[in-house]
Design a protein around this ligand. Structure first.
Ligand SMILES: *Cc1c(COP(=O)(O)O)cnc(C)c1O
Length: 359
């Protein structure tokens, strides 16, 4: 099985081997040291300020999104949320559930966030801004220079869901003035699902300390307190944290986050060039793409049928879309343990489908 989805993605052999081992007891100085190292490397790769902190939540990416909304926002906030697809919509739902006053910038499928759109929200009393830097459901990578400028001039607390773009695209918390950056284990970190990570600026930590939250499991103040001794309040997904540690160290020893960005970018560009060259009946959903995924419209053939045929007849997984886009869009991920040769296998399979006249 060859996996081009956007998560869970393929893990390297080093990571899979750790998954086969016994899970150790974790209230030890050895495990604390692993967690200190995880925090240090996550901060480094996110280019966070020295006084930022990282907490590790046992739960998928949505758990970190919910914990962030609950712990860093209150009913006194007025949030502005970018909703350009199903992940943007998730932030809207979370603000509804947790009664955070908010407005929504709704974008059509594949549309970018422009300076004109942002300007129409200037000086409207907002306190915070929530965005999925890469809206994975459509493949749009937003222009964070525009967002960062908008947040600076309006003094907004900036929350970014970088779940699918962390390690795939160049991102700096410092340069973008980001207060909260969220990611999770099963995207470009290329580990199994189960851990999500929240990196918090000093401003975010202050908000958490002044917020009286009603949750035991999602209490980030407790998570921060425990992290001071390299621990978590409750039993974490210990095995995945060990896998994350190996993966972060591997990246550190192999050129760092810059090299990892470039490696993923090269695979993405190779795939995009081959798609164009083969002249398949596809069109790119958007111009501003993340290196993490290529999102394609299909002409005259159901995108979901392509997904099913590749899975059942070729042993290749691409990523289907849900809802309205089910038959119109499919996505090809470039994150995880993939190579240019793997791209060739997928391109050959698509060519074969074309010869069989099912594409
Ligand atoms: C994958 C992803 C998530 C998290 O989804 P989970 O299924 O909860 O891990 C959130 N936001 C974006 C942009 C994602 O790509």
């Amino acid at each position: 099985m060859l996996n081009f989805t956007v998560g869970p993605v393929q893990s390297s052999e080093i990571i899979r081997k750790i998954g086969a081992e016994q899970v150790p007891y974790f209230r030890t100085s050895e495990f604390s040291n692993v967690m200190f190292e995880n925090e240090k490397l996550m901060k480094k790769f996110a280019d966070a300020e020295e006084d930022a902190r990282a907490v590790f939540i046992t739960g998928s990416g949505t758990a970190a999104m919910e914990a962030t909304v609950m712990n860093t926002l209150t009913s006194k906030d007025k949030a502005l949320i970018v909703d350009g697809g199903s992940f943007g919509h998730r932030f809207v739902e979370l603000c509804k559930i947790h009664k955070i006053p908010h407005d929504v910038i709704e974008l059509n499928i594949g549309c970018e966030l422009t300076e004109e759109i942002l300007q129409s929200y200037d000086n409207k009393g907002y306190t915070s801004f929530l965005i999925n830097v890469h809206e994975t459901s459509t493949g749009v990578l937003y222009n964070m220079n525009l967002v960062s400028d908008f947040c600076k001039r309006n003094k907004l607390f900036l929350i970014t869901d970088c779940i699918s773009c962390f390690l795939a695209d160049n991102y700096s918390m410092k340069n973008s003035n980001t207060d909260v950056m969220i990611t999770s284990s099963q995207k470009a970190l290329a580990c199994p699902p189960g851990i999500s990570i929240i990196i918090l600026s000093s401003k975010a930590i202050n908000r958490i300390k002044n917020n009286n939250i009603k949750s035991m499991y999602f209490n980030l103040e407790e998570a921060l307190k425990n992290a001071e001794r390299g621990q978590t309040p409750f039993t974490p997904a210990v095995g995945i944290l060990l896998q994350i540690n190996a993966r972060l160290k591997y990246i550190e020893e192999n050129g760092g986050v810059k090299y990892e960005n470039e490696r993923i970018r090269d695979i993405a560009n190779d795939f995009r060039n081959k798609i164009i060259k083969a002249d398949f009946p596809f069109e790119f959903v958007c111009k501003s793409m993340s290196n993490a995924v290529t999102s394609l419209y299909t002409n005259n053939v159901s995108a979901n049928d392509i997904f099913i045929t590749l899975k059942d007849e070729y042993g290749i997984w691409i990523c289907p879309n849900g809802g309205m886009l089910k038959d119109r869009v499919f996505r090809v991920g470039h994150i995880g343990d993939l190579t240019i040769k793997d791209n060739d296998i997928l391109i050959e399979a698509l060519k074969d489908m074309r010869e069989r006249k099912i594409l």
